[in-house]
Design a protein around this ligand. Structure first.
Ligand code: CA2
Length: 144
């Protein structure tokens, strides 16, 4: 049966492709969503793409995914480095979790080196630009 994957994006990622292209690339989140939708059928998955600037909404989406999704790909943005609450929500999700970052957080400022998401994630994909999203979808399709 085709399984659904939540691709969850945190604060400021709605600005992808609109600012700092040298760091985050020139593709928008809508471009990424189209790419994922194009490869999903061959991977036998469907994609629920979501973005929020609000921590509570991100947590609500993770709770919804407990009943509707087989896996989660999460780029929690800045909440990666601060949010015990998002980590707790992910801990209540039974399926595989892939942590995704457009940039290599481990090659940036020291404060980005710690990730609460990494404490729960089964795999991390960092520093591949927006191509990391399709990489993550291929990986999680194998895991679910
Ligand atoms: O590299 C990533 O994907 C990050 O999750 C991006 C976050 C940052 O806080 C994390 O440390 C690493 C920032 C998202 C900001 O997104 C923007 C995109 C374009 C223009 C401005 C901000």
């Amino acid at each position: 049966m085709t399984k659904q994957i939540l691709v969850l994006n945190g604060p400021n990622l709605n600005l992808l492709g609109q600012r700092e292209p040298e760091k985050y690339g020139s593709k928008t989140l809508a471009d990424v969503a189209s790419e994922l939708a194009a490869i999903a059928p061959a991977l036998d998955v469907t994609v629920w793409m979501a973005q929020s600037n609000s921590e509570g909404t991100l947590i609500d989406h993770i709770h919804t995914a407990r009943d509707t999704c087989a896996g989660i790909i999460i780029n929690a943005g800045g909440y990666t480095h601060t949010s015990v609450a998002i980590m707790d929500a992910l801990n209540a999700f039974d399926g595989p979790v892939i942590e995704l970052h457009v940039t290599d957080i481990y090659a940036r400022e020291q404060f980005r080196h710690h990730s609460y998401i990494a404490m729960r994630a089964d795999k991390g994909i960092v520093g591949e630009g927006t191509d990391g999203y399709s990489h993550a979808l291929r990986e999680i399709a194998e895991m679910v």
